[in-house]
Design a protein around this ligand. Sequence first.
Ligand code: G6Q
Length: 535
Amino acid sequence: MSSRAWEALKQHHAEVKDVHLRELFAKDEGRGTRFAVEACGLYVDFSKQRITSRTLELLFSLAAERALGQRIEAMFKGERINITEDRAVLHVALRAPKTATISVDGVNVVPQVHAVLGRMGEFAERVRSGRWLGYTGKRIKNVVNIGIGGSDLGPVMAYEALRAYTQRDLTFRFVSNVDGTDLAEATRDLDAAETLFIVASKTFTTQETMMNAASARAWSLASLKDDASVAKHFVAVSTNEAEVKKFGIDPANMFGFWDWVGGRYSMESAIGLSTMLAVGPSGFAQLLQGFHTMDEHFRSTPFEKNLPVLMGLLGVWNSDFFGAHTLAVLPYDQYLKRFPAYLQQLTMESNGKRVTLGGADVKAGTGAVYWGEPGTNGQHSFYQLIHQGTRLVPCDFVGFMKSHNPLGNHHDVLMANLFAQGEALAFGKTAEQVRAEGVAEKLVPHRTFPGNRPSTTILAERLDPATLGTLVALYEHATYTQSVIWDINAFDQWGVELGKVLAKRIGSELEATDPKLEHDSSTNALVKRYRSRRG
Ligand code: G6Q
């Protein structure tokens, strides 16, 4: 990628790349708070990133050069920024207050959003209060969400994250994989008369989801023995009413959304029906409020204090200038155990692109590989590589002031670990320090930690619905920020579409006994082997 701002950053990188965080902290006493920003209930400390004030100035020039401000406005105004699918990208409308006006093709979509939220709320209250009864008159005790990708990862992540706020007499399960094991294990101990399935699919044509939904219906009918029971035990979340009807679900039990909501940006649309059943309409409203707070912040805050912009630009700095191809997300909260997996889809499906909006090859490295595990588990596993390996792995630490489960001093120990890891990564341990501890000379290199490994620490008061919304929106907008810098489309997913097509073709060949196979010699042999031995 070449431009004035990019070249200036390259030159600046050459000047600062060997400067150690130890040095930066030593010569600036206020660094730890000067490079921290507090907004939307989050305290975000960027000071352990390998930056100076000059780095930020140059990154802001790059953002200005890429017209980031205008591109943010274009999204909020409903312009068709998803150019390969010719669609607006308006997840921000899903969390806009009733009084807002956000138009697509001249139509204000906010009233439609709130109409669906209202219907979801009524339905959720009926199920939660026991007024919605199953076909045999029993109360619903189990909710099974069937969906995949964007129709699964958000719901399952939010359910786990907000467990402390859920109605505990309802059981929630999530089925996504076409592997029959997923559905079988999710339903084996459930009573069909007490089980409600949510079939969540934007298109209602996704092979895995449709197959799981059909098998779930067969499982349910095997006990309830009457097609009329489907209306009491299956609801749909989709944009495709015709397919929902074809499946046998009454459109009265369908909750819609729109083509301007991307799958991985849909957890606060009707796709979040399971979340609303779990935390109730008021908990869901708080979640939306959290998202909206970050939306407003992203839209109106100068870049210097704009959390998603800062986070996005620092990601570009680490990946394109320091060559860090990955980012570890390390939540020090057990309830966030699915957060890294959720972010993996959000960031990697969005920014895993190799051509610019204009179709040319991108001349920079794009989306980093996101991954992670909750602390402290990761410390006893992969942190070794982050501390002493040869690759640079920037980290995002996430922690909370208060625990939902205050148990002795567990929370203090958890947070002490979070702070200690960030500190150790940044400052390391020099050979002199190791020697001073009396370590034998031949072990000194092994026990030395180079440090200078960048991290960001995000702190919030408590993991509640609003905070979750704020956190997710932070990463959504950071992802968009990066896509603008790289000039790529964060909102299409042709790679996913390819998988959908390829599997269908081979699927029909597995069932046949001997059609001619016209793949490469490896695929032909694998298919033949499976065909001759399938159970
Ligand atoms: C998300 C992707 C993808 C999608 C799934 C499920 O942005 O498009 O993960 O969510 O393929 O699609 P359906 O909701 O249409 O079943």
